[in-house]
Design a protein. Sequence first.
Length: 374
Amino acid sequence: MYGLSEEDLALQARARGLADELIPFEEQAERDGGELPADVTAAHAKRARELGLHSANMPAELGGGGCTSLQQVLVQEQMGRVTNAVATPDQIERYVRPAIAGEREECYAITEEGAGSDVDAIEATAARDKDHYLLNGVKWHVTSFNAADFAFFQARLRGGELDGEHAMFLVDLPSPGVRVVRTPAYTHTISHHHPIVAFENVRVPAENLVGAEGDGMAFAYEWFRFERLMVGARCLGAAGRLTEEMAAFAATRRAGGTPISEHGLVAGMLADSLTELFAARALAYETARGIDRGTDVKVSHAQCSMAKLYCSEMAGRVADRAVQVFGGRGYMRENVAERFYRELRVERIWEGTSEIQRMIIARQMTKRGPAALA
Ligand SMILES: Cc1cc2nc3c(=O)[nH]c(=O)nc-3n(C[C@H](O)[C@H](O)[C@H](O)COP(=O)(O)OP(=O)(O)OC[C@H]3O[C@@H](n4cnc5c(N)ncnc54)[C@H](O)[C@@H]3O)c2cc1C
């Protein structure tokens, strides 16, 4: 199905095998604030390397997996089957990227209290001071700051010809002037925190400018395209796992003398979930194939938005139905549906909210015509 090659299927099977090995650790992670013992995490990392699932998105010549976009979607989809970020791509990357990027781990400091969807509204500043830049700003929701040893920091240039333009910088962690303001609790239970971080007169060498001055937004767009498709892929995995779990439960749980799957209202929830998953998977795979074929970048941008929008909203609906199918069990934290119900909520918010995805799609649709996008 889906026209996958032998190579694609082999990779998919390896990723599924890894996810199946990680699933038994979900409940322990849920109980322990998302943390697993270091030796368990190290064993998972080793396993990911053994299975050749590390650095899937990095070029083979740099030691990465050299995977196509479709293959990356297939891997991320399987990782999405696991709750509590026991198998987030971040973690896989962590096992991975170190090998090709010199044992380092990053976080992204872009969002601010007054600038989320509207990235252009950021107020953080970068002022050139001879062979250094001086960075200032307070960043929100800095995912993985507690595990990272460098940050991408987006700011507006102060002074010079490109005054007011965006630029991206690498900041080593820890660095003088970088401090956590506070670490709020979030809906999901994972070991990576999302603190508010202040950057106060942080001096970085001019070489830490990523690309050129004024390039900041271009990097953000490129990252969004990739990550939005991967969000979509992980939502496919989550919905896939949920449909399997709810179908198995509905087939065996009896009420009124019959399996609940034979009650029409329950059957409807199962059928709608699988139908939507099928549609979402076809959309995400086709978007990935388009990237691999070299589709126009603006078209891909809109299609990645469609994949993120539809897959995340589909997974949210599937999780909601799964909780319902499991009844009271679906409300227990030891139940996979309950965990996904909470965890999937953020997929409609980060990497651009559903509303922002709709704006992007509608803009490209009116500019290029619907036929160019779908
Ligand atoms: C768990 C988590 C982790 C995150 N990790 C990171 C990270 O590592 N690095 C980072 O930089 N950021 C991160 N973020 C920030 C995330 O990208 C933003 O929360 C998101 O982009 C939304 O911005 P906002 O929260 O400021 O909401 P706002 O932009 O204030 O939006 C509020 C509401 O208004 C709507 N809205 C806004 N603009 C429009 C519009 N033009 N049209 C229609 N509706 C609109 C939104 O859709 C939303 O419903 C993270 C967020 C969360 C929750």
